[in-house]
Design a protein around this ligand. Structure first.
Ligand SMILES: NC(=O)C1=CN([C@@H]2O[C@H](COP(=O)(O)OP(=O)(O)OC[C@H]3O[C@@H](n4cnc5c(N)ncnc54)[C@H](OP(=O)(O)O)[C@@H]3O)[C@@H](O)[C@H]2O)C=CC1
Ligand SMILES: CC(=O)N[C@@H](CCC(=O)OP(=O)(O)O)C(=O)O
Length: 351
């Protein structure tokens, strides 16, 4: 497509890590033109000065001002912004003009009291929560097609829910025995400066954080509960590790009755066998972040522990790609009927 036929998009939060990944991948999209790159801190600056990797590739300058006015130039807006931003700009007039893919958590959680409790924020447009679709592509593809607002899932949540969804749906595990132990690279924390993310604090170190109260807990619980059709509560413990990007989630669950490797494998095949971006690894081969880095792939495998009758499931994603920008583009592709892998097929970077 060319000129007027191209889908025009704007990116708010373009100067963050997720925003940068959106630009990097959208440049390869045959049917999309990036119309503007919005920033609060770099208005008037060349985007390629903010991120030198775009030198001689992107000539645009960051724009600021009224997003409502800018929305008249585009068909879709990605908001790769902090929690509370997107809910502040959404209104009926805006949604008449554009579709929204929000990378924050503003529209992920249906129960507003849960949102308030875990995010310590008042929601600025609760009237749109019900219609927003949780953009976990492999699970909600049909609903995403017609959505005006897509709530792009969090990074830990994407890795965790995709690993566990077939198991809860098929009721082969005790749904109240789920423990998720997840590790993330430091880009997961964003580009803003904070003491905890300084090089010397992160390098040569691994630490758990958000123990029993990380905000992805209710997001995982809500989505797994829809799958199981019953209320699920979980233990979720994230860890910060000295890597740029990547998430590895190890989930422990009690099996209902004895199950073989093949029993479980056939369940994963039923749900994901035809999924382009989900790779069910061969028996005995377990996901590593190096194998998905820079790509939109989700690698999954598991092992039955016959001694404890527990199942251990390992999943890996790139937090900035399938955990953020890649999935956001996948959602856009579904919403506009483009090839689902357009612009987001990348061979993972190794090493
Ligand atoms: N990093 C990750 O792995 C993942 C991130 N996410 C979510 O995506 C969103 C972006 O994350 P990430 O890129 O890491 O964050 P960053 O901190 O790297 O970037 C945030 C961006 O938002 C802009 N911004 C900050 N405050 C405001 C504001 N009040 N209004 C408008 N824009 C603002 C910032 O730049 P400027 O000042 O130039 O406007 C910047 O471009 C967050 O909601 C995050 O939770 C989701 C999944 C994974
Ligand atoms: C390493 C790290 O700090 N990760 C972030 C999760 C990033 C993300 O996906 O979160 P959202 O729900 O905000 O979109 C965190 O734990 O807060």
């Amino acid at each position: 497509m060319e000129g007027d036929e191209m889908l025009k998009v704007g990116i708010v939060g373009s100067t963050g890590y997720a925003g940068e990944e959106l630009v990097r991948m959208l440049l390869n999209h045959k049917e999309v033109e990036i119309k503007w790159l919005y920033s609060q801190s770099y208005v008037g600056e060349k985007y390629s000065k903010v991120f030198g990797n775009f030198f001689k590739i992107v000539d645009s300058t960051c724009v600021g001002g009224d997003v409502d006015e800018l929305s008249k130039e585009v068909d879709l807006i990605f908001t790769a912004t902090p929690q509370g931003y997107c809910s502040g700009i959404v209104n009926e007039k805006l949604l008449d003009r554009v579709k929204i893919v929000d990378l924050s958590a503003d529209f992920r959680i249906k129960n507003i009291d849960v949102y308030k409790e875990w995010y310590k924020l008042d929601h600025k447009s609760p009237e749109f929560i019900a219609e927003a679709v949780y953009g976990l592509c492999e699970i909600n593809r049909d609903k995403i097609k017609d959505a005006r607002i897509v709530a792009n899932p969090g990074c830990y949540t994407t890795a965790s829910i995709l690993a566990l969804y077939p198991l809860v749906k098929e009721k082969i595990i005790d749904v109240n025995s789920i423990i998720i132990d997840a590790k993330s690279g430091t880009t997961g924390a964003g580009r803003g400066t904070s003491l905890a993310n300084l090089y010397c604090e992160v390098n040569e170190n691994i630490k758990a954080y958000g123990i029993t109260n990380h905000r992805h807990t209710p997001e995982i619980e809500e989505q797994l509960s829809y799958g199981a059709n019953e209320n699920i509560i979980i233990n979720f413990t994230p860890h910060l590790i000295p890597m740029n990007r990547g998430i590895l989630a190890t989930s422990y669950v009690n099996l209902n009755g004895e199950k073989t490797y093949q029993d479980i494998k056939s369940i994963y095949e039923k749900y994901y066998g035809d999924e382009y971006f989900i790779r069910l690894l061969d028996e005995g081969v377990y996901p590593e972040t190096k194998w998905i880095q820079g790509s939109n792939y989700v690698d999954i495998n598991f092992k039955v522990d016959e001694r404890t009758n527990r199942l251990v499931v390992i999943s890996a994603i790139d937090n900035l790609v399938k955990g953020a920008a890649g999935q956001a583009i996948q959602n856009m592709n579904i919403m506009f009927g483009f090839k689902e892998s357009e612009a987001i097929f990348q061979v993972p970077m190794f090493p």
